[in-house]
Structure formats: C-alpha cells, structure tokens
Design a protein around this ligand. Structure first.
Ligand SMILES: Cc1cc2nc3c(=O)[nH]c(=O)nc-3n(C[C@H](O)[C@H](O)[C@H](O)COP(=O)(O)O)c2cc1C
Length: 236
C-alpha cells in the first residue's frame, strides 16, 4: 500500500515535470515556428475604368511615397497582376512563362498595410492567399541590402520577385539564365501597370546585394531575388 502511494507521488511529480517541459516554450520559439493559417485575399477585380493604353501612358517609376497605408484589396490586386491564376484548368497565369514552368515566387514585405500585420508573406497563386513567413518589418533590412535606397524602406509594402532557376533549367538547361529574368520583367511590368491603374506608385529596384536580400528574407539557397518593388501612394 505504502509502495502504491509512493508510486502515485512519483508519477504525479513526473507528470508535473513533463507539463513544465511542454508548456515552457509558450509564446517562445516553438510557437513562432508553427505556420500560421494562410490569409485568404480579397477576390481581385477583372475590370476597371483605366484602359491598358492609359496605364501604359501614365506608368512612371515612383520613388517618393506619402505615409499612407495600402488596403488588403490593393495588395491582392497587385499580387494577382504579378502571378495570379487566369485559367484554372492548367493553372496558367497573368504573366507568360517558358514551358509554363513558373519559376517565379512573389513575396510581400508589409509595413503599412491595413488588416495585415507587419511581416514577410509568401504569395500562393493557386488559392490566391498569403502565407506568413516571418513577423516584423523587414523593409529597412531590404533597403540597406539595396545599397541604402530610401524608396525601398518608404513604400507601404515591398513586393519581392524571386526565382527558382532549376524549375526552368530542368527542361531548358542554360537557356534558363535568359528565360527566368525575362519572366521577372513580365511580372514586374504587370505590377507597374496595375499600380498605375490603382493610382499607386512603384519602381523596380534591381540594385541590391543578393546575399543580403536572401538573408533578410530567409530565402532558401536555391531561390534568387530578382526585383524589389516598393509600392505606396505617390507623394503629391
Ligand atoms: C533592370 C532594371 C533595374 C532597375 N533598378 C533600379 C534601382 O535599383 N533603383 C531605382 O530607383 N530604379 C531602378 N530602375 C528603374 C529605372 O531607373 C527607370 O525605369 C528609368 O529611370 C526610366 O524611368 P521610368 O520607369 O519612369 O520610365 C531599374 C530599371 C530596370 C529595368
């Protein structure tokens, strides 16, 4: 009987220790590592009062932004313009892709976006949603990686176009070194024209240290950043 009580006490002490061990990381690293639920983006619009001709005429690189937030609907529209799905059967997108192999990835470094906490988000075209990758504002880190360009820090959000060259190289070999940057250009021009139609401003920044951008974003080794595009309301 005494042995059973001893066993019960030892068991409850053991359970206590286990409970402490498992609950210790509360609010700490383990919780941060668990992926958050993806953020479903508002449905993009497929029409507007701005013609393609007007957007082409008005497109300009804008580097000075007002301290005004973007809406989640604007972010959604810009992401759709960059890489959104336009033909669900084969998953074809707004921008052309050699062999429809889609080597590009698009990220949003949000700093001043309504209903989107400051952080780094990955765009998933299939479900038109954002997956949070990291909390916290990385615009300043991206700006210093971009040789201190102020515009990168001052946009309400920075859209980053990166690429996994291997997806294209598997079929096209060395030709991928031409095809992939061409595709980034298509996606970037779509963002330019969409921003113009939304009365927003953007600029492509290609001048940056690749390794510093990769570090700031925690990009996988096989992924190369190609363009940083700060977006904001043009300063009047
Ligand atoms: C490949 C490429 C890289 C660029 N890199 C930068 C850059 O790092 N920073 C910047 O402010 N503008 C950059 N630009 C934007 C050009 O400066 C801009 O397109 C040019 O001045 C013409 O102006 P517009 O775009 O208003 O027609 C880049 C443009 C291209 C095509």
């Amino acid at each position: 009987m005494r042995f059973l009580s001893f066993l019960a006490i030892m068991l409850s002490i053991g359970m206590g220790v286990l409970m402490i061990t498992f609950s210790a990381p509360e609010g700490g690293q383990l919780q941060n590592e668990a992926p958050e639920k993806p953020i479903r983006l508002p449905e993009p619009r497929y029409d507007s009062a701005t013609s393609v001709e007007k957007a082409l005429l008005q497109r300009r690189s804008i580097r000075n932004y007002a301290a005004k937030s973007l809406t989640l609907a604007e972010v959604s529209q810009l992401l759709w313009a960059a890489q959104g799905i336009t033909e669900s059967g084969e998953g074809l997108r707004t921008a052309p892709s050699a062999g429809a192999l889609y080597p590009l990835e698009v990220y949003v470094a949000a700093g001043n976006v309504q209903d989107l906490a400051a952080g780094l988000y990955h765009y998933r075209p299939g479900a038109h949603e954002l997956q949070k990758i990291a909390a916290g504002d990385v615009r300043q880190a991206l700006s210093s990686a971009a040789l201190g360009q102020d515009c990168v820090e001052e946009g309400a959000a920075v859209f980053v176009i990166s690429a996994v060259y291997e997806r294209t190289a598997r079929k096209y070999g060395d030709r991928s070194s031409r095809y992939v940057p061409m595709e980034a250009g298509h996606a970037a021009q779509n963002i330019y024209l969409q921003a113009t139609a939304l009365n927003l401003g953007t600029v492509v920044a290609g001048a940056f240290r690749d390794d510093a951008v990769k570090r700031a974003m925690g990009l996988p080794v096989e992924e190369e950043p190609l363009y940083l595009m700060p977006v904001g309301h043009p300063e009047k």
